[in-house]
Structure formats: structure tokens, C-alpha cells
Design a protein around this ligand. Structure first.
Ligand code: M6R
Length: 588
């Protein structure tokens, strides 16, 4: 949700800010802007739309500046609401939400101050101007103390044209030192070339006077440890692929292989193994795609380890007064590790006495600061807003955990996860065939995805992918639920994607297929059972290799991801940057 960047050094700031913003664009892309210190003030360029709209901004002269790419929360996407925001001697960019901005704004207006935008962020510039008595850091601290909500802030003051000030609460902020200057950014890849990186923690401030980096906490100046440096592969590049989403789908086999964890082989997992032995009950909290991986994990854990699992959307968990019994393990699953609701749910679970394991794809993300233990999916950076390889990686890791838990509970026979990367390779290599099926969805009013058990998880994720990037209305249902209402929506030509990867449930799922066929619906069957693929009631089929049934969503979701991708293309959309969405949802 919004990307921020700052640079101060010896070289021209504008080209560096624009490059950083391009790399941060996955965080929001409805407007963009930069401000650069120039003689006696700031040169500002802001535009509605993507970073590429900032034509000519690279020519702005000056060696210190800030930039922003926005995902609108308060106020429509427009030039007026685009950051940077300025008031008096201050200019700033902000990622997060200031929840008490209305009373603060009234207070400023009471002093006769005029506001230009409808944003919550502009009030911060007004407060800075009000509190500044010649010490910008003190003004920033006083301002921060008035703010409720979340913020990552990069601030410049006209009186100190080459100095950047930064503050963080509940929104990520990285500080870096490169050969030619100092940087601030919402995320590491934006400043990947820096040879020294630091992650600000909540309540911390940084001052970058062009040559030094100084950090401050509540009590005064503090020292911080450097972060692990990024490798070149962490810098997002599309390479030969038309879109990041397509590239990331091709990385699924490697993401699975890298995320399978053998809890017995690795010493560092022994502590988690002890927790698993004591676990009586599991709660999984997550949002969106990560929530769907939790549903697949529930089926696998309950079947293999016989430990009850409850999966709850994090935004519901945090406000429902959850019961956390002794022996409860909470798995907080988040690709980005920055999703506001998942962080809040994990914090609440911890407060109530649960052991919290975070499952995330991003080292040093906020969730790693909350959880007792962290397990990393090793999918590599995911840039496309629609999650693909990170979902398969979450499944690989959660299935590994299910197997480890089953062993910890004394189960002797557990299925092997080893075949999964090779099987995924096979499925990915055939995924382009979904290009032929995509046109079938184009004229549809709505599309339904159905399945039972583990197949239901794939149905939910397939449906989310489709609506997210093709903008077609779609729902995922348990196949058995169809006749309890949704069947009323099936008529001639309605596309229904049925997932059938479990032999024991085949007749039951096929009953739903027959019911759809009888109403004129067109069934596309995704299955590993060739005998059903050939049935007359099946309009088109996608044949997949067999694997352990509980683990099958890791394969069956791949053609569904591809179907969404090709449908999005066929509808003329940009699959990497769907409208109204952003990659990490750091606000409520
Ligand atoms: O970073 P997270 O895994 O916590 O993100 C959760 C959801 O916002 C995310 O999975 C979202 O649903 C995806 N864009 C779906 O493709």
C-alpha cells in the first residue's frame, strides 16, 4: 500500500527516486510524485496514474528528494491527492493511515491553515510546521506522538535542504547506504544496490544528513544492526516474460522445492518440533490467497496428524474475541509479512498465550518481529499483485509442517512430499494450454469454481485469481453446496470449473457436474482421473498427473492461475497491476 523512497547524496536525486519508485510500483500505482530540494524550496512533480506519467521529472535538479507511488485510501486517485504533500517549510511522503486525521485537521483549520488535498497524510506536514521550533527531529517526534494509526514517513525541511528525516510505526521502512549517497525506501529491492541496509522498527526515527545515518528511539540515539544484503536475484526483473505473473508461475517448481522443509534433518527446526509435540489445537490466521493455503493445510493436518485446525480470515480473528486454549499453536501466514490484519491477529494470539509461528516470504518483514518462530517460504520476491508461486510455496511449507506434526504425534506412515517439484514442473509446462480455454469465459456473466475437501481450496483460490485480474464475477464453492442456492444461477453456457483430484470423492463431485450439465452449464474439469475427463457432461478437461490427494491443490491450482492470466490478457487488462489493488495490504 504505497511505496516511499528518499535519496540524499552527491548525485542527482530525481533519476534515483524514479528508479526506486518503478521498483516499488507493485505497492500501489494510482498516482505518483517526487519532490527535490532546489534553491530556496522544493521542485515537485506529481501525476495521476503510474510512475511512467512523471514525464520530464528526471530533469529536476537537486541532490536530495523524496518520492511516492500511491494506493488511495483517503481521497480519489488524482494529482491533488498525490504525494508529496507540502505545508510551510515541510514536504513529505507517507505510507499508512492516520486514523485521527479528521480531529487533527480541524485543529489545524482552527488556526486558519488551508488544506489542498483530501488525504489523511497532509495533516502531518501541518503538524510539523506547527511543532518546529528549529529542531526538525524534535518536531517529528512531537508530530508522531499526535498520530494514531500507521506510518512510514520521509520528510524534508526547507531549512535543511540536504537532510532526510524518517519515522516508522506499523509500516515498513528501510534505510540504506550506497556508494553515492543515503536512501530510504518501503522495501529492500527499491534500493538493492546499497552495501549497507537497516530496517527501522516501530517507534524509531532516522536522520540522514547526506553523509551519516543516525537512528533514534524513545530515549535518544541508538545503534542498529545491519540487515542481510540482497542478491541480484532479489531485484525484480521480468526477463524474457511478458509479465511478472507469468514469470512467477514458471518459478513455481523451484518455489516448492525451496520451501519443502525437512524438520528432522535441520537442527534449527528442533525447537519447533518441541512446540509441535505440545500442540493440541491449531489456529491459522491469514488473508486472501494465504487464507486459502490455510484451508488446504487444515485438511492435511487434520487428516495426517489428527490435530484440530481452525482457519480464520485475520480481519475476523482480530475482532472476534478468539478463544486461545493451552496448547494452541497459531500459524500466521503472510507472503509479504506486512498485512495489517494478519499482524494484528498474530499480536492478539500472542497476547492471549498462543505460540505463534509466522510463515512468510519476506525476511525482516514486520511479522518476523511479532512471532515466536518464523518459517520462511523461499519462493523469491513476488512482484505481480496476484499471488502465484508464493501460494504453492506456502502449501509446500504447510504440508511439510503437517507431516512433521503427524510424526510428532507418533504417526508412523506419512506421505512423501518429494515428488511435488517434478510434478509441478510437468503441470507448469502444460499451463499455456489454458490460453485455449480462456475465451470460453469472456462472455460469461459469472464463473463458478467447485470442489470438495482439498479441491475446495483450489476452487477458492482459482476463483480469487480470476476475479482479481480478469474482473469477472466469480465464486468458489464446496461442490456439495451448489444445490443449496447457487445452482439457481447456472443456466445455458454458464462456465463451471470443477476440480476433482481425489478418487474417493469422485462420484460425489461428479454428481455436482451432472447437475450443472442438466441446467445447460459448461463444465471444465480439472482432474487427475482420465475416466471422468472423457464424460459427455464434461465440456473441456485439463488432465493432471496423480499425487498424494491431500497435497493436490499444489498442482491443481496451476492451470487455474494460468486460466486467470490468459483471461485477463484476453480482456485487455494488465495482469500484474489489477485495478484498485496493491501487493501488500498494510492498512485495515
Ligand atoms: O502478503 P499476504 O500474503 O499477507 O497478502 C494477503 C492477501 O492480500 C493476498 O494474498 C491477496 O489476496 C493476493 N493479491 C491474492 O492474489
Amino acid at each position: 500500500m504505497c511505496g516511499i523512497i528518499g535519496y540524499t547524496g552527491k548525485e542527482q536525486a530525481a533519476p534515483k527516486l524514479l528508479l526506486g519508485l518503478k521498483r516499488l510500483e507493485y505497492r500501489g500505482y494510482d498516482s505518483a510524485g517526487i519532490a527535490v530540494s532546489s534553491e530556496g524550496g522544493f521542485s515537485v512533480c506529481k501525476k495521476k496514474g503510474r510512475v511512467s506519467e512523471l514525464n520530464g521529472a528526471e530533469k529536476i535538479k537537486g541532490v536530495c528528494g523524496v518520492g511516492h507511488t500511491r494506493w488511495a485510501t483517503h481521497g480519489a486517485p488524482s494529482e491533488r491527492n498525490a504525494h508529496p504533500h507540502a505545508f510551510g517549510r515541510f514536504v513529505l511522503v507517507h505510507n499508512g493511515i492516520i486514523e485521527n486525521y479528521l480531529p487533527l485537521k480541524e485543529e489545524c483549520e482552527g488556526r486558519g491553515e488551508k488544506f489542498i488535498s483530501e488525504t489523511d497524510s497532509e495533516v502531518i506536514a501541518h503538524l510539523l510546521e506547527y511543532y518546529d521550533r528549529g529542531d526538525v527531529l524534535a518536531a517529528l517526534k512531537e508530530t508522531a506522538a499526535r498520530l494514531e494509526g500507521s506510518y512510514a514517513l520521509a520528510v524534508m525541511c526547507r531549512d535543511e535542504p540536504n537532510v532526510l528525516y524518517a519515522a516508522r510505526r506499523k509500516s515498513p521502512l528501510i534505510v540504506g547506504r550506497g556508494k553515492e549517497g543515503l536512501y530510504l525506501a518501503s522495501d529492500v529491492p527499491a534500493i538493492a544496490e546499497c552495501g549497507e541496509l537497516y530496517s527501522l522498527c516501530d517507534g524509531e526515527f532516522a536522520v540522514l544528513p547526506g553523509d551519516k545515518i543516525r537512528f533514534y528511539g524513545e530515549e535518544g540515539e541508538i545503534k542498529k544492526e545491519t540487515m542481510k544484503l540482497v542478491s541480484k536475484s532479489d531485484i525484480p526483473e521480468k526477463g524474457e516474460y511478458a509479465h511478472f505473473m507469468l514469470k512467477e508461475m514458471h518459478e513455481i517448481p523451484a518455489a516448492i522445492a525451496n520451501s519443502l522443509i525437512n524438520f528432522e534433518d535441520d537442527f534449527c527446526f528442533s525447537a519447533i518440533n518441541i512446540v509441535l509435540c505440545q500442540t493440541e489445537y491449531i489456529q491459522i490466521v491469514a488473508c486472501g490467497t494465504a487464507y486459502h493455503s490455510g484451508i488446504a493445510a487444515k485438511y492435511a493436518i487434520e487428516a495426517l496428524a489428527r490435530v484440530p485446525v481452525e482457519v480464520t480470515v485475520a480481519s475476523e480473528y482480530r475482532y472476534r474475541d478468539p478463544i486461545v486454549k493451552k496448547g494452541t499453536l497459531v500459524l500466521a501466514v503472510s507472503q509479504s509479512g506486512e498485512t495489517a490484519d494478519t499482524l494484528a491477529a498474530a499480536e492478539l494470539a500472542k497476547e492471549r498465550g498462543a505460540t505463534v509461528i509466522a510463515i512468510t516470504n519476506v525476511p525482516d518483514s514486520s511479522i518476523t518481529q511479532i512471532a515466536h518462530f518464523v518459517l520462511f517460504t523461499r519462493a523469491g520476491r513476488e512482484i505481480a499483485v496476484a499471488a502465484t508461486k508464493s501460494f504453492n510455496a506456502q502449501l509446500a511449507l504447510l504440508f511439510s509442517l503437517a507431516v512433521a506434526l503427524a510424526k510428532a504425534k507418533g504417526r508412523e506412515t506419512v506421505p512423501s512430499l518429494r515428488p511435488l517439484p517434478a510434478l509441478a514442473e510437468e503441470v507448469v509446462s502444460e499451463a499455456e494450454k489454458m490460453k485455449e480455454i480462456a475465451p470460453m469465459l469472456l462472455g460469461a456473466k459469472s464463473v463458478y469454481f467447485i470442489g470438495r475437501g482439498a479441491d475446495y481450496c483450489a476452487a477458492l483460490e482459482g476463483s480469487l485469481k480470476l476475479k482479481e485480474i480478469s474482473y469477472l464475477p466469480s465464486e468458489g464453492y464446496p461442490a456439495g453446496e451448489l444445490k443449496h442456492g447457487t445452482l439457481a444461477l447456472i443456466d445455458k453456457g454458464t462456465p463451471v470449473i470443477a476440480i476433482l483430484m481425489q478418487e474417493g470423492l469422485s462420484e460425489k463431485t461428479m454428481n455436482a457436474v451432472f447437475e450443472v450439465y442438466a441446467r445447460g452449464g459448461r463444465v471444465i474439469l480439472v482432474t487427475n482421473l482420465p475416466e471422468y475427463a472423457a464424460r459427455k457432461e464434461v465440456y473441456r478437461s485439463v488432465l493432471l498427473p496423480k499425487c498424494e490427494e491431500l497435497f493436490s491443490p499444489i498442482l491443481s491450482v496451476i492451470p487455474l492461475q494460468a486460466l486467470a492470466y490468459y483471461t485477463s490478457l484476453a480482456r485487455g487488462n494488465d495482469p500484474d497491476k489489477p485495478r484498485n489493488l496493491a501487493k501488500s495490504v498494510t492498512v485495515e
